[in-house]
Write a protein that binds this ligand. Structure first.
Ligand code: SD4
Length: 338
């Protein structure tokens, strides 16, 4: 959709949710059409695009929905240049990277999560193993690492050499500036997928906020905060400052708005509005959501100028700019596809 038309659509949504819905860049095929074609993958940030494409490849090679989510997110986790997901991530205040991840299956409403895991390359896979082989949903810290060790998960350095140097610098003199830089670095991968059979899946993985306190866990591995999948309705994932998402069960909220009939994009917008109403910081929070519903519609929204997210089907893979919400504007501003 041309940028102008989308901008107009986003603005019109203030007055009429339907206008936004109609004019969305998102294709809105029926479930039957979806079923006849291929899955839909929606992920946070531009690096979600190669992750989506990897997930699509898994589908094309005969893998299932959880395989696709896992393989897609593994690609991001393995990228040493990604400073906010996987072992290339910015460490905590002790110079150690602590990783958080979760995965969720619409069928069976199953979930698995790990937090504060050090030295393992693929927390998303550990989360899946927790879901599939234990009676639990969430393992943290030493217990999660012992579980990962016993299950033979791939190890890696507790911090990359580049990040160790950056941490040493942070520790030494540049504390304030580096922290400000790190706090701007909110690039978790949250991926949600609609499978051709109508089932929904999702995953989320992050190294969390840079230079966080050791033991700090954000929204990303928490079911309902960083990710939520409801097979009857849709799925949502979050990125941003976890403290601002987890106090509001952000992804759950987005799914509940979809349950009430909102288009995924409107649901993301409404969730941010709700949070901004309750939080003294209003829209000066860093919160971003992606969402899909079970009919194949998708959307996203973020505070400030919004954020970029990736959408992949069998026939197209692209990065979109989400609408942004600010206190100055009465409604969402911007939003265009790239
Ligand atoms: C966290 N929400 O740990 C994560 C960070 C993030 O995009 O999303 N970055 O707070």
């Amino acid at each position: 959709m041309p940028r102008r038309r989308f901008l107009a659509a986003a603005t019109a949504s203030v007055a009429s949710g339907k206008a936004l819905h109609r004019a969305m860049g998102a294709p809105s095929p029926s479930l039957a059409e979806m079923t006849a074609r291929a899955p839909l993958f929606v992920s946070t940030w531009p690096f979600g695009k190669p992750a989506n494409e990897r997930a699509l490849l898994t589908y094309q090679s005969g893998g299932g929905g959880l395989d696709a989510i896992e393989h897609g997110i593994q690609l991001t986790e393995a990228d040493p240049g990604n400073s906010s997901v996987g072992l290339g991530g910015i460490p905590n205040a002790d110079g150690v990277v602590q990783l958080d991840a979760c995965i969720m299956s619409g069928p069976g409403h199953r979930a698995g999560a790990v937090a504060a895991v050090e030295g393992f390359r693929h927390p998303i896979s550990i989360a899946r193993r927790v879901m599939e082989t234990t009676r639990h949903v969430f393992l943290v810290g030493e217990g999660a690492m012992e579980f990962a060790r016993r299950n033979g998960f791939e190890r890696g350095p507790k911090v990359s050499p580049g990040q160790r140097d950056a941490w040493a610098k942070w520790k030494a003199e540049e504390a304030r500036k580096a922290r400000a830089r790190a706090e701007k670095n909110h690039d978790t991968i949250a991926m949600v997928a609609l499978w051709p059979d109508g089932n929904l899946y999702g995953g989320c993985s992050t190294s969390g906020r840079g230079y966080k306190l050791p033991g700090r866990v954000g929204d990303s591995p928490i079911i309902g905060s960083g990710l939520y999948v409801d097979n009857e309705v849709g799925a949502a994932g979050a990125t941003g400052i976890g403290e601002n998402v987890m106090r509001f069960c952000g992804s759950f909220l987005v799914v509940e708005f979809m349950r009430q009939g909102l288009h995924p994009q409107e649901a993301c917008i409404e969730a941010i509005r709700r949070i901004a109403r309750l939080d003294p910081q209003g829209f000066d929070l860093s919160i971003n959501f992606v969402a899909i519903d079970r009919t194949g519609r998708f959307g996203a929204a973020g505070t400030g100028t919004g954020f970029e997210y990736a959408v992949t089907t069998a026939t197209s893979s692209r990065v979109y700019q989400s609408p942004g919400l600010t206190s100055a504007a009465t409604g969402p501003v911007g939003g265009n596809q790239k």
